[in-house]
Design a protein around this ligand. Structure first.
Ligand SMILES: *Cc1c(COP(=O)(O)O)cnc(C)c1O
Length: 423
């Protein structure tokens, strides 16, 4: 890490990796296989982060590796239409409810940024709504979070984002039907899009009530505002048709990333044909990418999605998630502080607070982060890698078995009782 910090800011290529939220020095890894990651000192860890979601089959899955190798042998990128991107687009369009066209990008950030540009171009409106606690990548107008208060007009949550950009982003609280309804009824005529993680998983796991998502669908339709589901995490993880299938609610546009790249850099955004026709070369909304749809990333994505379908992965992941919940619930009930498991399918969140599971960012208790720090380090000493932040969720893959769930349970049972001073 000392070497890394000399040449890379903070020593990391993405900030949460720096352990800022938990303290201590990040580990540097050199290998991953199945559920296991090995650091440069030769210690191994059971990985419950899975590269933050993409590794739904575990590290270095043999068939994904073979697909990548075969693609590399045929040439990595053409800068022209390729067979593989058509195949992956057909899979995605075929599986996701109401989706007619997609375009590939190289990250989730580009996907959400581009989806919003299309929504603005298609509606001729400038403002957008996002929800506090939802993360949509790091594009300027999306790096805006709520302050306190019911409704906040956007203030940037990063330096370097002009106030003028953030002003076009209205931030609302999750789980608040009245705030959302009154904003859309009053201001809908100038709101191009509402973007939401239908399964908010970047501020803990803030599971939404079906009524809230249904009301959001109805009110956006009424306002002529485009509803964008950001399924960068939930897409192809929660169900074949993502959260849209899980909740039975069809958005106008959708963004993907993570799982669809099988561990390589891929994002995608799409929607109905009447919306996507605004995108260049058909329409006036510009968007492009030198390596977008490149053959290697597409091959990894295709292999991953095919394996998910063949293995009936969504049922299997739900079964493993249920087993994890059964294993961890009594352990958390025995913690020296309030603690609970929040879970949907293969996404789980160890929430170190009491009461109802939080459904909005403002309901996440600050003490939870203090409690999490020593637990995180105690787990790592026992060879179990959780996310280095109380606000990040855990991910299960098809490589995790009952034995790994039991290792997690046993390590957690000890770690919860270690006092912070021994951390
Ligand atoms: C990870 C994530 C993004 C951003 O994707 P990157 O590939 O990291 O740019 C966008 N939206 C959600 C919901 C995410 O979890």
């Amino acid at each position: 890490m000392a070497r890394a910090q000399r040449v890379i800011p903070g020593g990391v290529s993405s900030p949460v990796r720096a352990f800022g939220a938990v303290g201590g020095t990040p580990l540097v890894y050199r290998r991953g296989e199945g559920v296991s990651m090995e650091d440069v000192d030769g210690r191994t860890y059971i990985d419950f982060v899975c590269s933050w979601g993409p590794l739904i089959l575990g590290h270095a899955h043999p068939e994904v590796r073979a697909a990548i190798h075969a693609a590399v042998d045929r040439g990595t990128s053409f800068g022209a239409p390729g067979e593989a991107e058509i195949e992956l687009a057909e899979l995605i369009v075929g599986w996701y409810p109401g989706l007619e066209q997609v375009r590939f990008t190289s990250s989730g950030t580009e996907a959400t940024m581009s989806a919003i540009r299309v929504a603005r171009g298609a509606t001729g409106r400038d403002a957008i709504i996002k929800f506090a606690g939802c993360y949509h990548g790091h594009a300027d107008h999306l790096l805006v979070a709520a302050g306190s208060g019911l409704i906040t007009f956007g203030h940037p949550s990063s330096a370097g984002v002009p106030e003028a950009f953030a002003r076009e982003t209205i931030v609302l609280p999750l789980d608040d039907i009245d705030a959302m309804t009154s904003m859309l009824r009053k201001e809908g005529h100038r709101i191009a899009a509402v973007i939401i993680e239908p399964v908010p998983a970047n501020n803990g796991l803030l599971l939404q009530r079906m009524e809230f998502l249904r009301a959001l669908r109805a009110e956006t339709e009424r306002a002529g505002t485009i509803l964008i589901f950001d399924e960068v995490i939930s897409g192809f993880r929660l169900a074949r048709g993502g959260a849209a299938e899980h909740y039975g609610i069809t958005p106008d546009m959708v963004t993907f990333g993570k799982v669809i790249g099988g561990g390589l850099p891929v994002g995608a955004f799409g929607g109905r044909r009447d919306i996507m026709r605004h995108l260049a070369p058909l329409g006036a909304v510009y968007q492009a990418g030198t390596l977008s749809g490149n053959a290697v990333a597409m091959a990894a994505g295709i292999a991953t999605l095919q394996i998910l379908e063949r293995e009936d992965a969504w049922r299997e992941l739900e079964a493993r998630g249920a087993a994890l919940e059964t294993a961890l619930t009594p352990v958390l009930a025995n913690a020296p502080f309030p603690a609970q498991l929040v879970r949907l399918g293969s996404l789980f969140w160890i929430s170190l607070q009491g009461g109802e599971p939080p459904r909005a960012a403002s309901a996440v208790a600050a003490e939870a982060a203090d409690r999490y720090r020593p637990v995180f380090h105690a787990m790592l000493r026992r060879g179990v890698a959780l996310a280095p932040s109380a606000y990040e969720v855990g991910f299960l893959s098809l490589a995790h078995t009952q034995q790994h769930v039991e290792r997690l349970r046993d390590a957690l049972a000890e770690s919860l009782h270690e006092s912070p001073t021994t951390a």
